[in-house]
Design a protein around this ligand. Structure first.
Ligand code: TYD
Length: 253
């Protein structure tokens, strides 16, 4: 079989040319990075879990009429997605204070916010994805006023959907990040949810115990990341249906 053409390799995913024009194969790696890649590790099984979890969220969004780039899962690590032009923004929605918001504003982690707060960061690893305002976005032409209205509406619909789904399995959606893609249908362009939605880009806390079930487990050395993501996958009923465990069993001496 001919080797596929790699389009891009990021921190957690590789993108290959898809089988049809306008499609891309998104491969989920086991690599974990935090603090702008200053902390790195390979977490066996993370890619498989994120592939399945992102499929679950994106499929659900498509079904309730929130457009996403997701087309179908191809195997345990790959999914077929629509090719998009990525809007250079990280769109963050917060329901409870945590992470940089807590640090920046001195609000205790876990404080419920009066309403969901949407923030935008400019996607640039060299600059550490700085927080920007709609003024910067408009002035530098990263997105138009109409785009910003559509992005806000997509972000809030994603927030309501994922919050509801997670609430149903006893998990609080503290915050998350999405990326937005632009697609062209003839003369029209549309914005859709792209990239991934997984515990790598969300904060998920158990409602009863407050246990963290997201990438903070890795960022803050709180235990096994695979166990945390597996717990989320189990509760949502999306564990891989194979007899092979995601990680190798620990050998007992
Ligand atoms: P934030 O608290 O701003 O940053 P950090 O995770 O470094 O403390 O992040 C808010 C949420 O958005 C959190 O769930 C992580 C996610 N996020 C990403 O996945 N990638 C990013 O580049 C950024 C800025 C945030």
């Amino acid at each position: 079989m001919a080797r596929r053409t790699k389009i891009y390799e990021g921190k957690a995913k590789i993108l290959y040319e898809g089988p049809e024009p306008g499609t891309i194969v998104q491969y989920f790696k086991d690599d974990a990075t935090a603090f702008n890649a200053e902390k790195k590790d390979v977490i066996e099984g993370k890619g498989v879990l994120n592939n399945l979890l992102s499929e679950y969220f994106m499929k659900g969004l498509n079904q309730i009429g929130v457009p996403t780039h997701f087309m179908k899962r191809l195997n345990m690590r790959e999914q077929l997605v629509r090719q998009v032009e990525i809007v250079p923004l990280e769109v963050i929605v917060r329901n409870y204070a945590a992470g940089t918001m807590s640090k920046r504003l001195g609000i205790e982690e876990g404080t419920q916010l009066p309403r969901p707060i949407v923030e935008y960061c400019y996607k640039d690893d060299k600059l550490g994805d700085p927080l920007v305002t709609e003024e910067h976005i408009a002035a530098f032409g990263w997105a138009s006023q109409q785009d910003m209205e559509d992005i806000l509406s997509l972000a809030l619909r994603v927030n309501d959907f994922i919050s509801g789904v997670m609430f149903g399995v006893g998990i609080k959606l503290v915050d998350f990040k999405i990326e937005i893609g632009r697609i062209y249908d003839g003369d029209f362009q549309r914005l859709i949810v792209a990239d991934e939605i997984s515990p790598d880009s969300c904060r998920l806390w158990d409602i009863e115990t407050g246990q963290k079930l997201d990438k903070d487990v890795f960022r803050r050395d709180l235990g096994s990341l695979t166990d945390a993501y597996t717990e989320v996958a189990k509760r949502l009923g999306v564990m891989p249906k194979t007899s092979t465990p995601i990680t190798k069993p620990t050998l007992i001496n």
